[in-house]
Design a protein. Sequence first.
Length: 61
Amino acid sequence: MNSKIYDKTGKIIGKITRIFGPVSSAYGLVSVFPASGEVKELYVKCMGDINGRGKTREEKN
């Protein structure tokens, strides 16, 4: 998995390292760098093949 996590300015601050749980309510393990404890809110940019035909999507959560 290579899902990057961005701050509100678009700078990469970490990545999602693992996904857990059922598809309907999945959650992930996140690695934030540097691990300073200053990150209060995360913006996750999700892109991936959602229908097997090369289509991608982008979301902000």
